[in-house]
Write a protein that binds this ligand. Structure first.
Ligand code: DX5
Ligand code: ZN
Length: 224
């Protein structure tokens, strides 16, 4: 499949949110990535339902909602009602992950599990068959604009090998420090959804940047 691009709204200008949402609508991006942080699971607070609903009001593409919160199972129905098309919960925040994934599916959304940089992909072996997507964190969650962790490539390749056996259609999303300079290698390792926050919104032309990201091929050599 062709890879997908999911700009992270966290890096948008919140004082001009409608403008930035409409810019993504008119771009070649595939999804909106929506980062929800609770100040407990991660050391930062982003935004909640009112801002997410404001994004949904103007967005013409699916909302990919990344919950960096404890007890995400308490809020699944509300996030789906607020417009989430896919919901990502963290492995590290879910003692009853299978049940939480079931609840996401029952609420009518795609289910995704995120792994922090220290969490091995092998821990997903017995749940991989039921997931739509796995999100590999390539920075420690909590903030945009951080430096990409190189070890991520190995995790993606190992996860892709696992998925080939039990869930060949699994989407693998990478989140944190993604840019033009590492996108080709991430795709070559087996990722097919790229989240980008700062790289999109601080580009001189976010629209051209997104087009360039869409046109990258796995393993293509990149000059920056
Ligand atoms: C970090 C968030 C990311 C963040 C990515 O915890 O999950 O989605 O917005 O931002 P960049 O692309 O700037 O690293
Ligand atoms: Zn995210």
């Amino acid at each position: 499949m062709n890879h997908l691009i999911a700009p992270s709204v966290l890096a948008a200008d919140f004082a001009n949110l409608q403008r930035d949402v409409e810019m993504i609508n008119s771009s070649e991006a595939d999804w909106f990535h929506v980062d929800i942080m609770d100040g407990v699971f991660v050391p930062n607070i982003s935004f909640g339902f009112p801002v997410m609903e404001a994004v949904k009001k103007y967005a013409t593409k699916p909302l990919d909602v990344h919950l960096m919160i404890i007890n995400p199972e308490h809020y699944i129905e509300r996030f789906v009602s607020a417009g989430a098309n896919s919901i990502t919960v963290h492995y590290e925040a879910c003692p009853h992950l299978h049940k939480t994934v079931q609840a996401i599916h029952e609420a009518g959304a795609k289910a995704c599990v995120a792994l922090n940089p220290h969490t091995p992909v092998e821990l997903l072996k017995d749940i991989l068959y039921t997931l739509d997507m796995v999100l590999i964190m390539s920075v420690n969650p909590g903030f945009g604009g951080q430096q990409f962790i190189q070890h991520t490539y190995q995790k993606i390749a190992a996860l892709r090998a696992m998925a080939d056996l039990s869930n060949p259609d699994l989407l693998i999303e990478v989140d944190g420090g993604v840019s033009i300079s590492n996108a080709a290698n991430l795709l070559a390792a087996g990722a097919n959804v790229l989240v980008a926050g700062n790289a999109v919104f601080s580009a001189p032309s976010p629209l051209s940047f997104i087009s360039d990201m869409k046109r990258i091929h796995p393993g293509q050599s990149i000059t920056i």
